[in-house]
Design a protein around this ligand. Structure first.
Ligand code: NAD
Length: 270
């Protein structure tokens, strides 16, 4: 077979995707592999879909490994990155994607549920970024290009307040400032750090928002583009941000939300 006319965007790069056994992380891991990256597919509780994805990537001629770890535990985040480096000989790309929701109005929200969401969504991303950057520093210089790149999975709720979800909104607001601070701190080392902020994407985390016709109709009122997002919409944006096509882009949040953050309530209002 002759060489493809366009070199895959991530050929030769080594990536870790957290929370990749379902939803957005699963689609991101698959898309990064299609773009030529070797991919570590992290899972938490569901091993089987991660193993299946790894088989699929290997069958297509790619490189992949499934690694179980709880990103909110320091020792596990350290092991996750170490095992990725041991498997691929280094690490160049991190998609810090794992996230959970435990929703309640303020009066009913337990400290346990507040802490659980912050632990996975914010502390877990901090731990994975820290360990990934330690691994990036051992990697080769790439004259003219970023040495390494991180995408933090944020949400439109890094800017849109969300009643009944204070733990989740606070975690994503925290991701925004963590991402920008790390981008500022790491730019001199040519490590790019960006975020992707999905709107409503069809995944298990928000099934109650799209699982019935009534719920979907209500949801669509918040989306000017007129359809729910799919994991592949997010995966393409992540792939671009990680690639050298996005050289010189750092500290930015890319909203992938069909216009959800454009104050859709104002469309026929004044
Ligand atoms: P999902 O529930 O399918 O995926 C979440 C993933 O995180 C799962 O694979 C789960 O196993 C993993 N995870 C949970 N706890 C973990 C832990 N302790 N350690 C490691 N992994 C853990 O939902 P999703 O929609 O694909 O969510 C992925 C990310 O996208 C999350 O950060 C979420 O906040 C964000 N997001 C989703 C939407 C949406 O509409 N679906 C919108 C905005 C942001």
């Amino acid at each position: 077979m002759s060489e493809p006319a366009i070199r895959p965007l991530l050929a030769g790069r080594r990536a870790l995707v957290t929370g990749a056994s379902s939803g957005i992380g699963f689609a991101v891991a698959r898309t990064l592999a299609e773009a030529g990256a070797a991919v570590a597919v992290n899972y938490h509780s569901s091993r089987e879909p991660a193993e299946k994805l790894v088989e699929e990537i290997r069958a297509a001629g790619g490189k992949a490994v499934a690694i179980g770890a709880d990103v909110s535990e320091e020792a596990e985040a350290v092991r996750l990155v170490n095992e990725t480096v041991a498997e691929f000989g280094g690490l160049d790309l991190l998609v810090s994607n794992s996230g959970i929701q435990k929703d309640a109005k303020l009066g009913e929200m337990t400290l346990k549920d507040w802490q659980a969401v912050i632990a996975v969504n914010l502390t877990g991303q901090f731990l994975c970024c820290r360990e990934a950057v330690r691994a990036f520093r051992a990697g080769p210089d790439r004259p003219g290009h970023a040495r390494a790149s991180i995408v933090c999975m944020s949400s439109v709720h890094e800017i849109i307040p969300w009643a009944g979800h204070v733990n989740y909104a606070a975690s994503k607001g925290g991701i925004h400032m963590m991402m920008q601070t790390l981008a500022q701190e790491l730019a001199p080392e040519r490590i790019r750090v960006n975020a992707v902020a999905p709107g409503a994407i069809r995944t298990p985390i928000n099934k109650e928002a799209w699982g019935t016709d009534e719920a979907l109709e209500k949801l669509l009122r918040l989306i000017p583009y007129g359809r729910i997002g799919e994991p592949a919409d997010v995966a393409r944006a992540v792939t671009w941000l990680l690639s050298d096509e996005a050289e010189y882009v750092t500290g930015t949040t890319l909203f992938v939300d069909g216009g959800m953050s454009l104050y859709p309530g104002f469309v026929d209002n004044g």
